[in-house]
Design a protein around this ligand. Structure first.
Ligand SMILES: [Fe+2]
Length: 355
């Protein structure tokens, strides 16, 4: 018995597969929508993200009422979007409330890299408020951690107000209780006449990316990784490593006198230097290979103690996650631990400029 949705997810899968977006009218059950409508003002008062006032709107972190609702959401999105439910990370879950004075004609943007899929639950929508999508033009993904960084990286000739001039937009005039799903990091989009609109937006991906640390399973991954990293060298060899969820990006840079440097950046944190060998290890971590394979060891070879210490350091710095065994990883390459509720706003300082 569905608590959240009024529809069968598979009915929308072909449309999403063909167009990369779907609009589900009255997709939220009266029960779930009624609760959202009642909660929104409390959320905006109690869980508002401080110092966040970008794009004429306030934001607050949302908590699912219980685990069953969270699981139903993940299951529904997996079935519509063709993703493995076990791999879905909820990288953001924010109420977004536009000011009365919000710009009626904002610029188009693409959501940050982690937003493989954007899911909007429409809560309050005034007449004329319209979600505008450009699914047929310039579908390169935003490689950055915010829409602001992406725009700043572009030449003015690449701005969407130029490149989309001859493109045909899709205009979605959603109503309260509707659901809109689209590929947020690769589709240019905007909300026209957004004043007083309130949305509950989820940003999800299936590639183990949670730079803000908002997914309920991320803390569990981090705790487990720290515990496993302290095992013996032999135990380490059997573990399966992958880039940690909080890694924003990895870079290779040169000074002006051409000294080469590799580094890893966790969101909001400074550059952490790694060496060329660690850089190559990170590149080969796919969530399936064991550490023994990543480090180039044969089944019977010993893992060098120095290599193990380097791996422990990467784990302690939050650069890699570890999962128990190749067998488990083969079955569930990025298996998500049991989802547990956690308090809102665990990381308020880093929750800024997320779009
Ligand atoms: Fe967006």
């Amino acid at each position: 018995m569905s608590r959240m949705f009024t529809f069968v997810p598979e009915e929308y899968a072909p449309s999403f597969a063909a167009r990369d977006y779907v609009h589900i009218r009255r997709g939220l059950s009266d029960q779930f929508f009624g609760a959202l409508e009642r909660q929104v003002d409390d959320y905006m008062q109690s869980s508002r993200i401080e110092n966040y006032h970008v794009g004429d709107k306030q934001q607050a972190v949302y908590e699912f009422p219980n685990r069953a609702d969270c699981d139903e959401f993940i299951d529904g999105m997996a079935r519509i979007c063709g993703l493995d439910a076990g791999q879905i990370v909820i990288a953001e879950r924010h109420f977004k409330s536009y000011d009365a004075s919000a710009n009626p004609s904002p610029l188009a943007h693409k959501d940050r890299f982690a937003t493989q899929i954007a899911v909007g639950f429409s809560v309050r929508v005034r007449e004329g408020s319209t979600l505008v999508l450009y699914p047929d033009s310039d579908r390169a993904s935003n490689p950055f951690g915010s829409s602001t960084e992406y725009r700043a990286s572009l030449d003015p000739s690449q701005y969407p107000e130029h490149t989309l001039r001859d493109s045909q937009p899709v205009e979605i005039q959603d109503r309260p209780g509707d659901i809109v799903i689209f590929r947020g990091s690769s589709i240019w989009h905007l909300r026209r006449q957004p004043a007083n609109t309130v949305m509950l937006y989820f940003k999800i991906n299936a590639f183990h990316c949670d730079t803000l640390g908002e997914d309920a399973g991320t803390l569990e991954w981090e705790n487990r990784t720290r515990r496993l990293a302290e095992g013996s060298n032999d135990d380490l060899r059997a573990l399966v490593p992958l880039l940690a969820r909080r890694v924003d990006y990895i870079h290779q840079r040169w000074t002006r006198d051409w000294q080469q440097l590799y580094g890893v950046i966790l969101r909001g944190k400074p550059h952490l230097t790694i060496d060329a060998q660690e850089f190559e290890w990170l590149r080969s971590m796919d969530g399936r290979r064991s550490l023994g394979e990543v480090l180039g060891m044969t089944d019977h070879g010993a893992v060098a103690a120095g290599a193990c210490e380097k791996i422990r350091r990467l784990a302690r710095h939050g650069i890699i996650d570890l999962t128990p065994s190749p067998a488990a990883a083969d079955a569930h390459p990025v298996a998500v631990p049991a989802r547990i509720p956690k308090p809102a706003l665990l990381h308020p300082r880093t929750t800024s400029a997320t779009e």
